[in-house]
Every structure is written in structure tokens, then in C-alpha cells.
Ligand binder design. Structure first.
Ligand code: HAM
Length: 421
């Protein structure tokens, strides 16, 4: 029979890895709560139209990377390629515009993009992100950046660079795009096929084409900074000044435009200097027209999302493993079938006291039980055999140093409770 395999670009998180995922998610949630963000969970699929309108018809994500399907009722749906559009939909539909502003939300979950898989790029990947609705204050942009930086710092990730740019607004961007497209036309024979097409559809995206030949052409292209309207310039200057006041280093990157079309003003990315092509660990920016584009009242917004798989890759490169847990809990290794009832009774009793505990279910030898306990990261092994029964005592072995002591069941339970975290 042909083997069924996981779909290309997906992966399974096995128990040996799950601890690090849990650690990242817990750390992210802890930081979001510190900054007064509340959790939101939206569906993994939405009407396709939401992403067409929100992310942009001309974006690669919508044009080439969405998993779209018709359901049995004939509805056009898409697996979410990102989280922001769905959250904007929920903000409008669920009356979040009526609660006190700014509305600060965080989320975690899988996203789906049909892209060519490679290291750090999957078809199903896991994002953690935040969104802030209702304020145009530059301090809000900075807060979003600071949450992200705080998270990376908490993980011990160094050598990350914050790249930042302003992509202007719908008043000043069209003139710049016009200018850019004219300049690109002069060298269009040097551009890749995709970028040649973008000259008329989405010239901004040529700025971050990774091909050497396109990058060379864009070196001489007009810079957006010189074309911002006074409102956008002042906003950006204030964001940079606030970052400066917080001693947050940044790289001004006029070629940073991001792959989603909803951005206005601030756009940023945290880049790892140790990863290859997929070096953006997280990114985001301001999207002051998105709520309106999706059918709500004009409402400013700013947010970011980071990719868990890429963060894990960067941590691996940096040899960081803050999730490593010290051995804990007790493995019961009672000997003899006559002692099974006593073993079960103690096992359930200590679990009820909040102590991680397990026993053997495969009739292993004592030696094999010890090995199993070790591999499963148990701190203590509890023995109860013929000798111990004569003395009505349990023998407790501390696997960290091999020391052993005997005590009654009552004392053993108290000992485990006292010696657990
Ligand atoms: P994005 O830059 O498309 O932004 O994705 C954010 C992060 O998700 C990336 O920096 C990367 O770490 C991760 N990521 C993206 N695609 C993949 C992939 N195929 N495989 C693995 N990881 C990936 C957004 O999605 C925006 N919604 C962020 C945002 C929120 N902007 C405002 N609010």
C-alpha cells in the first residue's frame, strides 16, 4: 500500500519538541498580558474576499499563495494566510469598535501559504501576533515594536536587527509609486519577469525583490523618504525619536515595503543576521485604512506577527534552549504483581497532590524501569519490593545523585510534595 505522508510544507510537532512550542507561547502570552493585551481567537478559514480586499489583490499572498476552496454550500473560502484580516473582520462584526479604545489584541495560531517550502518557510506555519486598533499615536507603533523586542530578549535572542521604514499613506504614496514606476521603466530590461509586471501593478514590491539584478536596478531608484507628505514624515520622525528615547537601535531601510498591501506609514521587520534567505523573524506595521477597506468605520491600526518556526531556527543557531526542564516527579517501580494495587493507589494519590508521576505498563525489569524513568526526566524512582514490604517502607531514589532513603507511604507523599517546584 502507498504510504500516506504529511502534506509538503507541513510538519508534526512531536512530544520531544512540544515543550519548546509551549514555552514560546507561554512567554509570548506572558509578555502580551504585561502590556495589557487580551487574547482573540478567530477562525482558520474566512471568506476569500476578505483577504482579497484586506491583504491586496496584487500581493503574492493573494495571487499565488492562498489555499482557496468552495465548501459544499458553494461559498468561496480560504485558509487564512495571515491573522490581521480576520481580526479586522471580527473587530467590525463583533462590536469591538464599541469597547474603550485602543483595543489591544494578541493571537497565536497556524497560517497557510502555498509557497515553495525551504528552511524557515512552510505551507502551514505558526504565527503569534498583536494588533492595536483606534490610535494613530506614534507611541502605539513603538509599543508594538517593544512587545516584539521584549519577547526576543526574553528568549535570549541576540543579533537581531530592527529594520524600519515608512511606506507613506494613500495621499503621498501614489505620486511616489508613479515616480518609481517611471524610473523602473528606464531599466525594465534588467528586471526579472515578475518585477517587469510589477512596474505597472505594484512597483513598491520591486524594492524588496531578492534577485541581485533587480536589487542593482533599485539602488538608483527614488527613495520613499523624500516623497512622504508632511503628516507621514512627522509621524515617522516621532516613531524614530521615541525609539531613540528608549535606546532601541534600528536600521533605516528604505527598501522595506513588506509583502502585504495594507500598510500605511510605519513598516518594520526583525531580521536575524544568522538565518539565510528566510531571515525575517517577525514584522508588521501600521494599517490605517484596513478597517475601512473591510467595511468598518475609518479606524487606525498597527500590529505585527512573528513566525514560531523561524524563531526556533534562530534559537537553534544561537544554541539557546531556555525550555530545558529540570528532572521532576516520581516514577513508581513497585516489584511483584501482589503489590500492584498498592502501587496504583500511591500513583493516583500523588498525582492528585499535583506531582507528575507514572509507572510501568509493560512488565519491564527493574533495570529497564530505571532507564525509562531517566529518559522520561523523572527526578525520583520509588521502589517497593519484598524487602521494603517487610519494613513497611518505600525506598526513594534521587536520580540526580543516586542517593536513597526509606520512609513510610505518608512520609514519601509529604517528601514528594515538599520537593516539587
Ligand atoms: P508577514 O511578514 O507576512 O506578516 O508574516 C510575519 C512572520 O510570519 C514572518 O516574519 C515570518 O516569521 C512568518 N512567516 C511568514 N510566512 C511564513 C512561511 N511561509 N513559513 C514560515 N514562517 C512564515 C503578516 O503576516 C502580518 N499579518 C503581520 C502584521 C500583523 N502586520 C500587522 N499586523
Amino acid at each position: 500500500m502507498v504510504k500516506i505522508r504529511a502534506p509538503r510544507g507541513t510538519h508534526d510537532v512531536l512530544p520531544a519538541e512540544a515543550g519548546r512550542w509551549e514555552f514560546l507561547e507561554e512567554t509570548f502570552k506572558k509578555i502580551c498580558r504585561l502590556y495589557n493585551f487580551g487574547e482573540i481567537r478567530t477562525p482558520m478559514f474566512e471568506e476569500t474576499e476578505l483577504f482579497v480586499r484586506g491583504v491586496g489583490e496584487e500581493s503574492d499572498i493573494v495571487k499565488k499563495e492562498m489555499y482557496t476552496f468552495k465548501d459544499r454550500g458553494g461559498r468561496e473560502l480560504a485558509l487564512r494566510p495571515e491573522g490581521t484580516a480576520g481580526i479586522v473582520r471580527a473587530y467590525i462584526e463583533r462590536g469591538l469598535h464599541n469597547v474603550p479604545h485602543p483595543v489591544k489584541l494578541y493571537y497565536c495560531g497556524p497560517m497557510f501559504r502555498y509557497d515553495r517550502p525551504q528552511a524557515g518557510r512552510q505551507r502551514q506555519f505558526y504565527q503569534m501576533g498583536i494588533e492595536v486598533f483606534g490610535s494613530r499615536e506614534p507611541a502605539c507603533d513603538v509599543e508594538v515594536i517593544e512587545v516584539t523586542a521584549h519577547f526576543f530578549e526574553e528568549l535570549g535572542l541576540k543579533d537581531l536587527q530592527l529594520h524600519i521604514n515608512s511606506v507613506g499613506c494613500r495621499d503621498c504614496r501614489p505620486a511616489y509609486q508613479e515616480h518609481l514606476s517611471r524610473s523602473c521603466l528606464e531599466n525594465s530590461d534588467l528586471l526579472c519577469d515578475e518585477c517587469r509586471r510589477r512596474v505597472s501593478t505594484n512597483p513598491l514590491r520591486i524594492l524588496d525583490c531578492k534577485l541581485e539584478s533587480c536589487a542593482e536596478v533599485m539602488k538608483g531608484a527614488p527613495q520613499i523618504g523624500a516623497h512622504l507628505c508632511s503628516c507621514c514624515r512627522e509621524h515617522f520622525e516621532e516613531v524614530l525619536a521615541l525609539l531613540g528615547s528608549l535606546n532601541r537601535p534600528y536600521v533605516l531601510d528604505e527598501h522595506l515595503v513588506r509583502g502585504l498591501d495594507y500598510y500605511t506609514n510605519t513598516a518594520f521587520e526583525f531580521i536575524s543576521t544568522h538565518l539565510g534567505a528566510q531571515n525575517s523573524l517577525g514584522g508588521g506595521g501600521r494599517y490605517d485604512n484596513l478597517v475601512e477597506t473591510c467595511g468598518g468605520a475609518p479606524t487606525p491600526g498597527v500590529g505585527m506577527a512573528l513566525g514560531v518556526e523561524r524563531v526556533l531556527l534562530a534559537m537553534e543557531k544561537g544554541d539557546l534552549s531556555p525550555w530545558t526542564a529540570a528532572p521532576e516527579g516520581a516514577f513508581l517501580a513497585f516489584e511483584g504483581s501482589g503489590r500492584e494495587k498498592e502501587e496504583l493507589s500511591m500513583l493516583y494519590r500523588i498525582r492528585r497532590r499535583g506531582i507528575r508521576a507514572d509507572r510501568d505498563y509493560l512488565k519491564r525489569s527493574l533495570k529497564a524501569k530505571m532507564k525509562f524513568a531517566n529518559r522520561n526526566n523523572f527526578r525520583y524512582v520509588l521502589f517497593y519490593g519484598e524487602e521494603e514490604e517487610k519494613r513497611r517502607k518505600i525506598k526513594i531514589r534521587d536520580m540526580s545523585d543516586g542517593t536513597e532513603q526509606e520512609m513510610t507511604v505518608e512520609q514519601a507523599v509529604a517528601f514528594l510534595v515538599d520537593n516539587s517546584e
